[in-house]
Write a protein that binds this ligand. Structure first.
Ligand SMILES: CC(C)(COP(=O)(O)OP(=O)(O)OC[C@H]1O[C@@H](n2cnc3c(N)ncnc32)[C@H](O)[C@@H]1OP(=O)(O)O)[C@@H](O)C(=O)NCCC(=O)NCCS
Length: 409
């Protein structure tokens, strides 16, 4: 098997995802991604004509995100028409899956130069829907009455006994670490500026974090998913909370602990990494920053939905012949506080090596783009600390988890 070298990675800033408030909401997602692709090309100095595929994750696939956004953004970037693009969807794990697929392709020897990452303008996607996951398939719904992700996160907290305070503590720590990372310039290596169509600067830094967040400032926030929990999905006489109780009879009620300060932020953003075979890279003088060691994907019960990061972590470690002690840094996506707490409980790990620059609660989680961002953050941090190995894992819709182990070269 060949190796998949990571030559370079860049990302847009995470811009606020509320229309009229965020600094990139007016920019078409194809344009945001095209600018990231061109920044990657400028940074790494490769010939776009040699790129064999541009694989991009996206969790929406409709409206301005529709029609194979990877191909459209590649054309918008002005790359040769010979460069194809493909968009893939594994919900929140889409960009990580794109990088994993690119790595598999390069490692198998089928392709030599692949760009992978993702894009999501959450400001353009519909607000969190209460119908949705089973896409009107009554047969599937009868087996798995999937609930919205915020309800699933509250269900994890309830089943596991995580309190509102436990979740708030994680939210405060995410903000504290993100603020320290921003002050120290830790994201400067990966973030590239995004410009408006007239060439003026739109945004050059993550704008979602709220430095100075405390337990006291979070204490006053209302749970975000309690009202939703009392609502009925279409074609079901039960509320979402009642569905949770039916699937998890050990609970007497759903404890709605998640809110804006301990859930991932709704933001816009894009990411892209360049992966190459050693032979191609050497022949073009491209220096590797790292390599993909192993990838894995796992599934878990889909109503609670967000519990597969630990099984994915265990699987990727097993496949790589490694133990958790061999990993220097972990990036576990902070989709919701309870997701990370559950991962920590299952993995029996503290937070010393975990999300050391903060996570999506502070920084935001642009669904289909986040995986690429996490891999870059991990690689940047390995370089900064002169360490070797990082493991990145995410939960996704539908009850899945994605995982990647990278090694600095
Ligand atoms: C949780 C969620 C619904 C909150 O959305 P929202 O209510 O629009 O959030 P807002 O940004 O308006 O914040 C709500 C309030 O909390 C406040 N707030 C947010 N973060 C805060 C913080 N860190 N400290 C103090 N206050 C904070 C806001 O100022 C706002 O106050 P206001 O109502 O007085 O203006 C939304 O962030 C969400 O859906 N996140 C998860 C997204 C998701 O599911 N991704 C996929 C994961 S698998």
């Amino acid at each position: 098997m060949s190796e998949a070298w990571i030559i370079e990675g860049v990302r847009s800033p995470r811009g606020g995802g509320k229309q009229g408030v965020g600094s990139m909401t007016h920019i078409h997602p194809q344009r945001i991604l095209a600018q990231v692709l061109n920044a990657l090309q400028e940074r790494a100095g490769f010939d776009p004509a040699d790129v064999e595929d541009v694989i991009m994750g996206n969790g929406s696939g409709v409206g301005d995100h529709a029609m194979d956004i990877a191909r459209m953004a590649t054309l918008d970037a002005g790359w040769p028409v010979s460069v194809p693009g493909v968009t893939l969807h594994r919900f929140c794990g889409s960009a990580q899956q794109a990088v994993n697929v690119a790595a598999m392709s390069v490692m198998s020897g089928q392709q030599d130069l692949v760009v992978a990452g993702g894009i999501e303008s959450m400001s353009r996607t519909a607000p969190l829907s209460v119908d949705g996951f089973t896409a009107n398939n009554a047969h599937l719904y009868a087996q798995y009455p999937l609930v919205p992700q915020g309800i699933s996160a509250d269900l994890i907290a309830t089943v596991e006994g995580f309190s509102r305070e436990d979740c708030d503590r994680l939210g405060v720590e995410s903000q504290r670490r993100a603020a320290a990372a921003i002050d120290a310039g830790h994201f400067k290596r990966s973030v590239v500026p995004i410009h408006n169509d007239d060439g003026t600067l739109a945004l050059d830094h993550d704008e979602y974090p709220r430095a100075g967040t405390t337990m006291e400032s979070l204490a006053g926030l209302n749970p975000s998913f309690a009202k939703m929990g009392a609502m009925n999905p279409p074609n079901d006489t039960r509320s979402f909370d009642e569905i949770c109780k039916a699937v998890y009879p050990q609970i007497s009620e759903v404890n709605h602990v998640h809110h804006a300060g301990n859930s991932s932020g709704v933001v816009d953003g894009a990411s892209a990494l360049l992966l190459a075979s050693p032979e191609y890279a050497k022949s073009r003088g491209l220096k590797p920053r790292g390599r993909v060691v192993m990838t894995a994907t796992a599934g878990s019960e889909p109503v609670i939905m967000l519990t597969a990061p630990a099984p994915a972590t265990q699987l990727v470690l097993k496949k790589a012949g490694m133990r958790k002690e061999n990993i220097d840094l972990f990036e576990i996506n902070e989709a919701f506080a309870a997701v990370v707490l559950k991962w920590q409980r299952e993995m029996d790990l503290g937070n010393e090596k975990l999300n050391v620059n903060g996570g999506a609660i502070a920084l935001g989680h642009p669904i289909g783009a986040t995986g690429g961002m996490l891999i870059q953050t991990a690689l940047d941090e390995l370089e900064r600390r002169n360490q070797s190995t990082a493991l990145i894992a995410m939960c996704t819709g539908g009850g899945m988890g994605t995982a990647t182990i990278i090694e600095r070269l």
